[in-house]
Design a protein around this ligand. Structure first.
Ligand SMILES: CC(=O)[C@@H](O)[C@H](O)COP(=O)(O)O
Ligand SMILES: NCC(=O)COP(=O)(O)O
Length: 252
């Protein structure tokens, strides 16, 4: 079956990381979101961490309005807490992606443990879904997590690709890619839309797109870093081209 164009969500968290290093207003994540959409991003992803280390509540206010005006989806990444649920229900973004959080971590180190925590996660999924918000769960590519994601009523799973991206040993990489492919196939059978993200760059995004079930990639840190050298517009356009070429290659 011919594969469709895969959507690119651009995560602008780390524009806020740089801004917050000096406590001022520059660089502005909203300006980055506008530039990302102008460069061809299909949507914007932003993670409002409980500790507000990068994106702030005010950023979410602005990004919600900006995406609504542009007619583009905002993917709101949030921890499974009462506070974040209330914020999501107030803003009603296109999608909410439930992610794990640990105060002491440098970045999101793994996927959300859904299996074994269904009773805590299912009501949050239900509340978001009833508000018309598409719910995604950021999980490890494991059979148990995919099964649990379907059981709690999520519409989407986003597989954490950080492990794949950091591995250097070819055999370990191949093993992890197989794990991603198997989990994607299982999710698709269970009726879950499949997304992937974390740590992706031009090369790893291209390889991950060998997995035919993937409909969307969410990419931030690499693109913001690359923007230092080539500009955000060029980095996003190059990623778009890399993704389109990977899909075209799979269609040949
Ligand atoms: C959940 C996730 O992967 C993203 O939100 C992204 O990596 C940026 O946020 P952190 O680096 O703060 O996890
Ligand atoms: N959910 C993953 C994401 O939004 C982007 O992760 P990264 O590219 O910043 O590592």
């Amino acid at each position: 079956m011919k594969r469709e164009r895969v959507r690119l969500g651009v995560n602008i968290d780390h524009v806020a990381t740089v801004r917050n290093a000096r406590g001022g207003a520059h660089p502005d994540p909203a300006r980055a979101a506008e530039a990302a959409l102008a460069a061809g991003a299909d949507g914007i992803t932003a993670h409002l961490r409980e500790d507000r280390r990068h994106i702030t509540d005010a950023d979410i206010d602005v990004l919600t309005a900006l995406c609504r005006r542009a007619g583009k989806p905002l993917n709101f990444e949030m921890a499974v807490t009462e506070e974040m649920l209330a914020i999501a229900l107030r803003h009603r973004p296109h999608a909410a992606c439930l992610v794990p959080e640990r105060r002491e971590e440098v970045t999101t180190e793994g996927g959300l443990a859904v299996a074994g925590h269904e009773a805590r996660i299912a009501p949050v999924v239900k509340a978001l879904s009833e508000a018309g918000i598409r719910v995604s769960l950021f999980i490890e590519p494991s059979e148990a997590q995919v099964e649990a994601a379907a059981a709690v009523g999520a519409q989407v799973v986003e597989f954490h690709t950080g492990r794949y991206c950091h591995l250097t040993d070819p055999a370990e990489r191949a093993f992890e890619l197989d794990r991603l492919a198997a989990a994607a196939a299982q999710a698709d059978i269970l009726g879950l839309e499949v997304h992937a993200g974390h740590g992706l760059d031009y090369a790893t995004a291209s390889v991950v797109l060998e997995i035919p079930e993937i409909k969307e990639l969410n990419i931030g840190h690499f693109l913001i870093g690359e923007a230092v050298f080539v500009g955000l517009d060029a980095a996003i356009r190059r990623m778009r081209t890399a993704m389109d070429e990977a899909v075209a290659g799979a269609n040949r």
